[in-house]
Design a binder for this molecule. Sequence first.
Ligand SMILES: Nc1ncnc2c1ncn2[C@@H]1O[C@H](COP(=O)(O)OP(=O)(O)OP(=O)(O)O)[C@@H](O)[C@H]1O
Ligand SMILES: [Mg+2]
Length: 262
Amino acid sequence: MSVIAKLSDVSVKRGTTSILRDLNWQIRANERWAVLGPNGAGKTTLLHLLSGYIFPASGSVEVLDELFGSSDITELRARIGLATPNMLNRIGLDETVHDAVISAAHGVTGIGFEPYLGVDETRAGKLMAEWNLLQLSDKRISEISDGERKRLLIARALMPNPELLLLDEPTAALDLGSREHLLQILQRLCLEPNSPSMVIVTHHVEEIPSGITHVLLMRDGKSIASGPIDQVISSVTLSATYGVPVNVHQNDGRWFAVARVK
Ligand SMILES: Nc1ncnc2c1ncn2[C@@H]1O[C@H](COP(=O)(O)OP(=O)(O)OP(=O)(O)O)[C@@H](O)[C@H]1O
Ligand SMILES: [Mg+2]
């Protein structure tokens, strides 16, 4: 599969308001994307669209070789790992870390009567070890920190071994140390030979892990620029995206931006 996702002239509406407009975007195999844009730009909507939770008002969406409208979306959803903060509400704060991770094997949000096999336990254990959650395994979500919740959501999204991983602001609201730690694990994941294709939504260029290859900049539901990260991120494009003058520089594979607001 050389094309992971293809959006052609896509618009998404809520009532009479267009929240995504005339979007053309393609994710190819071996590309890992970051999506940036101001509040309300349509970033989360885009992730919900890619994961089959909403449908376009016009245009076509093809993800993992399945064309929306002509394939079984439930099966497609099982091939996509989605980590968004509102997932915690669906899982429920009483769920334990272990159960929240392993239940993703069946696409459910808590343990019920589904059969869990040794292979599921092994994978959940491996993911909890990788995402530093083993010592929290029996704790309820209500008892763990925001940073730990972020790691839990990603481990859960990876549980079904997805072909496409979608992360919505994975490092938002983390302290500096926790943010850098999470970025390091994300970077490792990006560089693993069999890692899934990835789309990471973030507000800050500083929160783009090394290993991200491409960037989509959005504003008002539209694409401002998209393509290889070195070609797309610049003071000019970020200023147009955020609507304020921005100075950007790069250091040691990471990006840094300062907005100049009077
Ligand atoms: N269910 C909905 N009904 C009506 N409007 C919606 C709905 N969901 C999103 N919107 C609107 O669509 C626009 C895009 O929302 P979205 O959540 O995708 O933005 P975002 O780029 O993720 O913003 P943020 O950075 O604040 O998370 C916003 O103006 C929002 O108010
Ligand atoms: Mg959002």
